[in-house]
Design a protein around this ligand. Structure first.
Ligand SMILES: *[C@@H]1O[C@H](CO)[C@@H](O)[C@H](O)[C@H]1NC(C)=O
Ligand SMILES: *[C@@H]1O[C@H](CO)[C@@H](O)[C@H](O)[C@H]1NC(C)=O
Ligand SMILES: *[C@@H]1O[C@H](CO)[C@@H](O)[C@H](O)[C@H]1NC(C)=O
Ligand SMILES: *[C@@H]1O[C@H](CO)[C@@H](O)[C@H](O)[C@H]1NC(C)=O
Length: 395
C-alpha cells in the first residue's frame, strides 16, 4: 500500500477512534457511586480515547470521512453508534458513572445549554502540539482538523464566559456560571498519541520522535496551569497507552527487514513503546512540578500504559484471547493483526468479533469497552493512578 494512503488511513482511523470492552475482561465488581457528589461537574479534553461525539460534528462540517458513527460502533453498550470510538463506554463514561454524574455530552452538540454537569471537549485525532506545526512541516499529507489542546481550551474559556458561546458550527448561549469551579473535575488527556503517530508515520527515527516529547509534555503542563489559573482544583492527567501494541501501528510500522529484536516479549514494537514510556516519565515529572507550584490543587497522574500492558501480558487472567491473538483487533477484515487500512471498522462489510470483551483492541486503534472499564476502575480506586481519584473501597 502506498505510504500516503496508509498514513491517510491511519489518521482517519485515529480520527474515528472507538473501542469497546464489556463485562468480561477484568470485571471486578463496580462499587456504587458515592452518596454525596464528590464533584459537581466534569470537563474533559483529549483525543479519540475521550471523544463522546465532537469529531462526528467537526468532520461533517468539512466532509471529512467518519467511520465511528456507523455500526458496529456502540454495539456493546449504547446499541447504536454515538461517536465514541469503542464498542461501548469510554474511560470517561465509567468515571462519570462512578462519580454519579451524567455521561459527558460532546461540547459541539450542547451549545452550553446541557453543560451544567460538565462537557467533553475531546476530538478524535487531536494533538498536543498545534495542528499548524504538522502542516507547515509537511508531516501530514492533508489538512488536519483544527482541534488541538489549545483550541479545546479556547472552547472551554468561551463556555465559562457569561457572554455568547460559539464553537464549530453550533452557537447559542453559554455561561455555566456556578456549575464550574473548585468542585469540578478536569481530565486533561490523553494527549500525545496522535502527535507521535504523525511523526512515526513520517518515517522519523526513534531519536527524532523522542526529541518531540518535551514539547508535547510542555503543552500538556501549560494547559494544566491555564486551567488552574481559571479556578480548577481537581485535575487528572492521563499518560499514553502502549501505542507500540496497537494493531494499526504494528501493521503500518512493520518494516520489511524487521528483526525479532524490534519486538518485545508480548509482540509489541519496542521503539514505539519506549517513546510512550519516555513521554509518561516526563509527564509524571511535570505533574510533580505542578503540584509543588500549586499545592492547593489536587493533580492526579493517571497511568494508561500499565493497565493495558498488564492485560496483554496476562490475557487468560482477563478473559482475553491468547496465543498471539491478543494483539488482534476485534473489528476488522483480516491480516496478521486483523487491521487493514483499506477496510476499517465501520466500513461496509467490516464485522466485529462475536465477543468484544475477549479483545483488547476494538478497531485496531481504540480499546474495547472492557479495557476502558478496567483502566477507569484503576484510576478511580487504584492501582493505576497517583493518587487514586477515590479512596479504595473496603472489601
Ligand atoms: C441552545 O440553547 C438554547 C437555550 O440555552 C436552547 O433554547 C436551544 O434550543 C439550544 N439549541 C440547540 C441546537 O441545542
Ligand atoms: C486553529 O484555531 C485557532 C483558534 O481559533 C486559531 O488561532 C488558529 O490559527 C487555527 N489554526 C489553524 C492551523 O487553522
Ligand atoms: C517511509 O518509508 C517507506 C519505506 O521506506 C516509504 O515507502 C515511504 O514513502 C516513506 N514515507 C514518507 C512519508 O516518507
Ligand atoms: C485490505 O482490504 C482491501 C479492500 O478490501 C483488499 O483489497 C486487500 O487485499 C486487503 N489487504 C490485505 C493485506 O488483506
Amino acid at each position: 500500500m502506498h505510504m500516503e494512503l496508509t498514513l491517510l488511513l491511519l489518521v482517519l482511523l485515529l480520527a474515528s477512534a472507538f473501542s469497546f470492552l464489556s463485562a468480561g475482561a477484568a470485571a471486578s465488581a463496580v462499587p456504587p457511586p458515592p452518596r454525596r457528589l464528590l464533584f459537581t461537574s466534569m470537563f474533559a479534553f483529549g483525543d479519540s480515547y475521550m471523544d463522546t461525539g465532537n469529531f462526528v460534528v467537526m468532520a461533517a462540517a468539512v466532509s471529512f470521512p467518519v467511520w465511528n458513527d456507523k455500526p458496529p460502533y456502540g454495539m456493546t453498550f449504547f446499541a447504536r453508534p454515538t461517536g465514541r470510538a469503542s464498542d461501548g463506554r469510554l474511560i470517561l463514561d465509567f468515571l462519570a458513572e462512578a462519580l454519579g454524574l451524567p455521561f459527558l455530552p460532546a461540547s459541539l452538540l450542547t451549545n452550553g445549554s446541557r453543560a451544567a454537569q460538565g462537557v467533553d471537549f475531546a476530538v478524535n485525532g487531536a494533538t498536543a502540539i498545534d495542528v499548524g506545526f504538522f502542516e507547515r512541516n509537511n508531516l501530514v499529507p492533508f489538512k488536519l482538523l483544527n482541534n488541538s489542546l489549545d483550541v479545546q481550551l479556547g472552547w472551554f474559556e468561551k463556555l465559562i464566559k457569561p457572554s455568547s458561546f460559539s464553537a464549530g458550527t453550533i452557537t447559542g448561549t453559554g455561561g455555566i456560571g456556578g456549575c464550574f469551579g473548585a468542585e469540578s473535575l478536569f481530565v486533561v488527556g490523553e494527549f500525545g498519541v496522535n502527535d507521535y503517530n504523525f511523526l512515526w508515520t513520517a518515517n522519523m527515527t526513534e531519536d527524532q520522535v523522542r526529541s518531540y516529547v518535551p514539547r508535547v509534555v510542555d503543552a500538556i503542563a501549560m494547559a494544566v496551569e491555564r486551567l488552574i489559573g481559571l479556578g480548577a482544583a481537581h485535575i487528572v492527567v492521563p499518560g499514553n497507552p502502549p501505542t507500540g501494541c496497537l494493531p494499526a501501528v504494528l501493521t503500518l510500522l512493520r518494516s520489511p527487514g524487521a528483526a525479532d529484536d524490534d519486538y518485545d516479549g508480548v509482540g509489541c514494537l519496542r521503539a514505539v513503546n519506549a517513546v510512550a514510556m519516555h513521554h509518561n516519565a516526563l509527564l509524571r515529572a511535570a505533574v510533580d512540578r505542578l503540584r509543588a507550584a500549586h499545592p492547593r490543587a489536587r493533580i492526579v497522574f493517571a497511568d494508561f500504559y500499565t493497565p493495558v500492558y498488564t492485560i496483554l501480558q496476562n490475557p487468560a487472567r482477563f478473559g482475553v484471547v491468547g496465543d498471539g491473538e491478543a494483539l488482534k483487533a476485534c473489528c476488522g477484515t483480516g491480516g496478521e493483526y486483523n487491521w487493514n487500512g483499506s477496510a476499517v471498522c465501520g466500513m461496509p462489510g467490516v464485522a466485529a468479533c462475536g465477543s468484544p470483551s475477549a479483545y483488547v483492541s476494538w478497531d485496531g486503534v481504540h480499546y474495547t469497552e472492557s479495557v476502558n472499564r478496567y483502566v477507569a476502575m484503576g484510576w478511580l480506586y487504584g492501582p493505576y493512578a497517583d493518587p487514586p481519584l477515590l479512596t479504595p473501597m473496603p472489601h
